[in-house]
Design a protein around this ligand. Structure first.
Ligand code: AMP
Length: 271
């Protein structure tokens, strides 16, 4: 594969995914094509990375739709699909991981302590295998994007990390491969995440300065929906991901909310 990637027309632009593709992923591919231009290569990886799932998480049930993913990527004029098996990616006695130790500790890192180590490890491996000039990630996973930027900087990966805005359903719910797990009623109620983020933005623009007040308001707004169980809501500095009190703009509002067993994340950057 390394020899293959050495011969691919440059720039090589990579969109790492876990498959089960939707319009959000295709937005990333479209952006990737802007960077690869007419003569470069746009590549997408499809890999459900076992080491980024916790023991009680949905690795086994994660949607796998390889055929339709390939058709969507072909339709989006993606040039290359990299879809390895787990045993091609990881030696059975693999004992090396990549740990980001600051940004990974907060937000999703609290309830998913190994998650970002799994993400950093697999993305490092993808970068080594495919040697992209550019890699595109979604702002939907804002924390992941921040961590991968930090990793690329700290470990001198010769890759430019590019962000793509969140793609949403009509009612504001961020597209996610996990939305398909939701019952009809859960799906209806899940729109509260986005309306809460927008509502909190309004409060801040109207002068609310207390982080705790904004976070409490977000928590109670989401909790009004019976099927929602808040994992976290935060108002943090978008660079450090640490709470700053009082709130100053720019500020990142972020939430993780369970509907049944399905955990959804979303965020809004206020600049
Ligand atoms: P995933 O397959 O869920 O790991 O996501 C692969 C990439 O697509 C990540 O960079 C995500 O941030 C991005 N992504 C997923 N959903 C969306 C969305 N609704 N809008 C923008 N990017 C997204």
């Amino acid at each position: 594969m390394q020899r293959l990637s050495g011969r691919l027309p440059r720039p090589l632009v990579l969109v790492p995914t876990m498959g089960a593709l939707h319009q959000g992923h295709l937005g990333l591919v479209k952006k990737a094509k802007r960077f690869s231009g007419r003569t470069g290569t746009t590549a997408a990886s499809l890999f459900v990375n076992p080491i980024q799932f916790g023991p009680a998480e949905d690795f086994g049930n994660y949607p796998r739709t390889f055929q339709s993913d390939c058709e969507l990527l072909e339709g989006a004029r993606c040039d290359l699909v990299f879809a390895p098996h787990a045993d091609e990616m990881y030696f059975s006695d693999s004992s090396t991981v990549v740990v980001e130790s600051a940004l990974s500790r907060v937000m999703c890192g609290v309830s998913r302590p190994e998650h970002f180590t799994g993400v950093c490890t697999v993305v490092s491996k993808l970068f080594h295998i495919l040697r992209p000039d550019v890699a595109v990630f979604g702002e939907k996973d804002f924390q992941q994007l921040s961590i991968l930027r930090r990793m690329a900087r700290d470990l001198n990966f010769p890759v430019r990390i590019v962000a793509h805005p969140i793609v949403r359903e009509e009612d504001g719910l961020a597209l996610s491969s996990r939305n398909g797990y939701l019952s009809e009623e859960e799906r209806r109620q899940a729109a509260v995440i986005y309306s809460t983020l927008v509502g909190a933005e309004q409060k801040i623009r109207n002068g609310w300065k207390s982080t705790r007040r904004v976070e409490n308001w977000m928590r109670s707004s989401i909790s009004k929906k019976k099927l929602a169980k808040v994992d976290y809501v935060v108002a943090v500095d978008p660079v450090t991901l640490q709470r700053s009190d009082p709130i100053t703009i720019p500020v990142l509002l972020a939430a993780a909310v369970f509907f049944g067993k399905t955990r959804l994340i979303d965020n809004r950057l206020i600049e």
